[in-house]
Design a protein. Structure first.
Length: 143
């Protein structure tokens, strides 16, 4: 008798190996996604800083927001010559202010227009920064 095919044991072993490998891949990709979101957050902060510096150069002040305000949505979706505005603003310094790539938010505060603080929260460690980070005119630092 000439049998061709696989036994049940061989099939179960192969399925177990595939399951183990896929579990390891999902775990490895989860940390890569976290790092990608954190890198995007830092990039967003740097781009927003650049737009705010352009605004400051033309207006001799930063846009004011006395209390902590969520940027990237609603009335704070773009940055033009009058400050933050809703999407579709004319002559923008930043046509679309970025919003957090995850479930967090970016907070902007500038009480008197002489300085500002943008706050974001990182999920992991990127470039020696972790937890809450703040962007100010002097750079990005952990708090």
């Amino acid at each position: 008798m000439n049998k061709k095919g696989f036994t049940l044991i061989e099939l179960l072993v192969v399925i177990a190996i595939i399951g183990l490998l896929s579990t390891l891949a999902v775990v490895a990709l989860g940390s890569a996604r976290e790092k990608a979101r954190d890198s995007k957050r830092l990039s967003d902060l740097k781009q927003t800083q650049t737009a705010l510096e352009l605004y400051y150069t033309d207006n001799s002040a930063y846009p004011t927001a006395a209390s902590s305000t969520v940027i990237g949505t609603g009335a704070f979706a773009c940055l033009n010559s009058i400050g933050f505005a809703a999407t579709g603003c004319l002559s923008p310094y930043m046509g679309q202010v970025p919003s957090d790539p995850g479930s967090g938010t970016y907070y902007y505060v500038s009480a008197d227009g002489t300085t500002y603080t943008i706050t974001a929260t990182l999920e992991g460690i990127v470039s020696g920064l972790s937890g809450t980070v703040q962007a100010t005119p002097s750079g990005i630092a952990g708090s």
